[in-house]
Write a protein that binds this ligand. Structure first.
Ligand code: HEC
Ligand code: HEC
Ligand code: HEC
Ligand code: HEC
Ligand code: HEC
Ligand code: HEC
Ligand code: HEC
Ligand code: HEC
Ligand code: HEC
Ligand code: HEC
Ligand code: HEC
Length: 339
């Protein structure tokens, strides 16, 4: 009854305005129609379930309709149970007062499990009881879980849209699947991530660290976000900086004061894997083969200094990065000990 009275009240106050603002949008039309004519949206759980099934595409038993024509789209309606059951006074001071019995979140936790209790990290609007910044307390005509908006739109109501101008976007973030990595309310992980460290990434990526022989310490420790932005950047592979700057975040910059540099040295990842390797020093290839990626064996044979190099590894004589002379010779190779 209360709901009808409520509708009539709105009808009386707002009819003129509504008729002007209704426009031709069918969704908004249905909204108003369903408000005026009680019963248009069925609050039956069955309808709710159908609506959920249509929007999520989850496997449900085939409906009885086997005709070629698809059944008319089920009207979407998600009602908050105490509202649809007209138990207005379970939240409001009385059936006739708008003021709430008590403020959220306490109000909500009279019926819902207190998901803020015993959590270390709480999303600010949730902690402050601003549930209605994300949920309609009564009903939604479009979204599950009484949400005002879905996907990233919900989040970008308050957060800067970090996707808008970025060139490289992480697919799940771009798709608005923020909830695949974040809890919207509260949990025990920094930044409300659903899992901490690399475990979050292994939800979707193959765990390339597990069986690796040589592991780069930050990757092994799950500090993936020390090198990657989890959302979006302007750099390929979502790295926070390009090499070599990325590496200088943690390693001493050995290029800064070098007299001679190996031509390709700034491209650290041509020789090193950033995560793991089967080779020592994270080398992309065995050190006996690495150099031949770019240097021809026959050219090397012609070099005077290689006359008695034998099978010695290149890096017994050459520094792979920098040198005091243009041949990048290590001190010992410049004046080899007499044999
Ligand atoms: C689950 C709790 C809950 C139930 C049940 C509930 N309401 Fe509300 N209602 C709220 C909250 C929360 C607000 C927002 C109050 C605020 O921000 O101050 C609200 C706001 C309102 C408002 C103010 C206008 C608006 O929409 O913001 C009206 C009118 C209202 N409710 C009527 C009703 C009626 C009529 C019923 C029963 C059919 C009902 N409510 C059931 C929680 C509830
Ligand atoms: C009087 C009890 C009661 C109060 C108070 C209450 N709720 Fe609910 N709420 C329910 C019931 C019952 C359901 C349906 C639960 C279900 O279907 O599993 C529900 C469902 C919901 C859902 C949707 C869940 C879904 O799966 O679709 C949301 C969101 C929600 N409530 C938010 C709130 C918020 C926010 C408040 C406080 C403003 C609140 N509730 C207060 C009883 C209550
Ligand atoms: C920042 C937005 C945001 C705020 C603020 C917020 N919620 Fe939610 N809530 C969500 C989202 C998003 C979901 C859907 C989660 C999902 O689908 O996994 C959700 C789901 C829920 C559900 C359904 C849980 C379930 O497992 O089905 C309840 C109940 C709920 N919220 C209650 C509340 C209450 C109570 C408050 C205030 C104390 C609140 N929410 C504040 C975003 C929010
Ligand atoms: C009603 C406004 C509002 C909405 C909507 C909102 N947030 Fe927030 N969020 C905040 C505020 C305020 C903070 C705390 C200040 C800050 O860190 O910017 C915050 C902080 C965060 C943090 C950092 C938490 C921490 O402990 O450092 C994450 C992660 C986050 N929000 C994710 C989300 C996601 C994901 C959504 C969408 C599901 C969302 N937010 C929607 C207001 C909002
Ligand atoms: C692949 C997982 C993933 C997805 C998807 C994702 N995030 Fe995050 N988000 C993270 C991680 C990890 C952090 C923590 C980064 C850090 O500690 O530097 C974070 C941090 C945040 C922060 C806090 C930023 C700060 O500096 O305090 C906000 C806000 C946020 N995310 C919002 C969103 C929104 C909105 C979406 C959807 C558009 C989203 N996230 C999608 C993983 C993700
Ligand atoms: C919800 C699933 C999901 C999670 C969780 C996830 N990713 Fe991704 N990630 C993807 C998808 C999908 C792609 C695109 C796949 C492709 O291009 O092959 C991707 C691509 C990437 C790329 C390559 C981007 C490019 O431009 O080529 C990087 C780097 C990346 N993810 C890092 C991470 C890190 C670090 C984490 C953990 C913080 C993480 N991902 C967690 C789904 C996920
Ligand atoms: C030391 C910095 C660093 C750390 C730590 C790091 N990455 Fe990366 N990651 C990179 C760089 C650099 C690339 C690009 C490599 C390239 O272009 O060859 C990359 C590439 C990727 C790619 C894309 C691979 C492809 O071939 O498209 C994924 C996925 C990825 N990283 C996930 C992760 C995950 C998950 C973690 C944590 C376990 C992690 N990264 C830790 C630097 C790092
Ligand atoms: C977040 C910090 C961090 C970043 C960024 C980082 N490293 Fe490291 N790296 C370490 C730590 C810690 C170690 C282990 C301690 C050590 O040997 O100095 C290490 C070790 C190494 C090693 C030696 C591995 C071994 O087996 O001895 C190489 C090679 C290396 N890093 C290359 C790089 C390259 C190339 C980059 C840039 C793409 C880079 N690192 C970026 C932290 C980092
Ligand atoms: C041409 C191939 C090549 C390039 C390019 C390269 N490295 Fe190396 N790097 C090596 C080799 C080979 C070793 C092993 C040297 C040894 O064992 O004496 C090494 C060793 C290292 C080590 C370990 C040093 C130690 O003493 O344990 C670090 C750190 C490192 N490189 C960082 C970098 C960074 C940062 C860049 C980019 C600025 C880079 N490398 C570019 C080939 C390369
Ligand atoms: C990605 C390609 C690449 C790899 C891998 C590479 N180099 Fe080079 N190297 C070059 C280029 C390009 C030059 C400059 C042109 C030239 O002189 O051939 C150069 C120059 C040199 C020079 C100095 C020659 C001069 O005249 O200035 C030495 C010594 C050298 N490399 C040794 C090595 C050693 C040792 C390795 C293996 C650890 C190696 N290079 C791996 C591309 C590479
Ligand atoms: C026994 C020490 C020694 C070893 C081992 C060695 N080199 Fe050299 N290399 C030298 C010396 C000394 C020079 C100086 C040029 C000369 O003597 O003509 C040189 C010069 C070079 C040059 C420059 C050639 C030119 O004329 O521009 C390249 C490139 C080079 N080495 C690559 C390699 C590679 C690749 C390996 C491993 C397959 C290697 N070296 C192994 C001592 C060595």
């Amino acid at each position: 009854m209360m709901r009808r009275r409520f509708s009539i009240l709105i009808l009386a106050i707002g009819l003129g305005g509504i008729l002007l603002t209704m426009g031709c949008n069918t969704t908004s039309k249905r909204k108003w129609l369903t408000l005026f004519f009680d019963g248009v949206p069925s609050d039956e759980p069955a309808t709710n379930a159908i609506a959920v099934a249509t929007t999520t595409g989850t496997n449900t038993a085939p409906t009885k309709s086997t005709t070629a024509l698809p059944p008319p789209a089920a009207p979407l309606y998600f009602g908050h149970k105490p509202f649809t059951e007209e138990k207005c006074s379970s939240c409001h001071e009385s059936k006739f007062a708008q003021s709430l019995k008590r403020p959220p979140p306490g109000l909500c936790f009279e019926c819902h499990k207190d998901f803020l209790a015993n959590t270390k990290v709480k999303h600010q609007p949730v902690e402050s009881g601003d549930c209605k910044s994300c949920h309609d307390p009564h009903q939604s005509y479009t979204n599950k879980k009484l949400l005002l908006k879905t996907g990233k739109d919900l989040c970008f109501d308050c957060h800067d849209n970090f996707l808008e101008t970025a060139k490289v976007k992480h697919q799940p973030a771009d798709n608005g699947e923020c909830l695949s990595c974040h809890n919207p309310h509260a949990n025990d992980n920094k930044k409300l991530v659903t899992k901490s460290g690399a475990a979050l990434c292994w939800d979707c990526h193959d765990n390339f660290m597990e069986k690796a022989k040589v592991k780069h310490q930050p990757a092994e420790n799950g500090e993936c976000v020390s090198c990657h932005n989890p959302h979006a950047t302007d750099k390929k592979k979502l790295v926070v900086k390009n090499t070599p700057a990325l590496c200088w975040d943690c390693h001493d910059n050995f290029l800064e004061k070098a007299r001679f540099k190996h031509d390709v040295v700034e491209d650290c990842t041509t020789c090193h894997n950033p995560h793991q390797s089967a080779e020592g020093k994270l080398l992309a290839k065995n050190s006996a083969k690495l150099c031949f990626d770019c240097h021809e064996e026959k050219d090397l044979k012609a070099v005077k200094g290689h006359a008695d190099a034998g099978d010695k590894s290149c890096i017994t004589c050459h520094d792979p990065h920098v040198g005091a002379d243009k041949y990048l010779l290590k001190a010992a190779a410049v004046s080899p000990p007499a044999r």
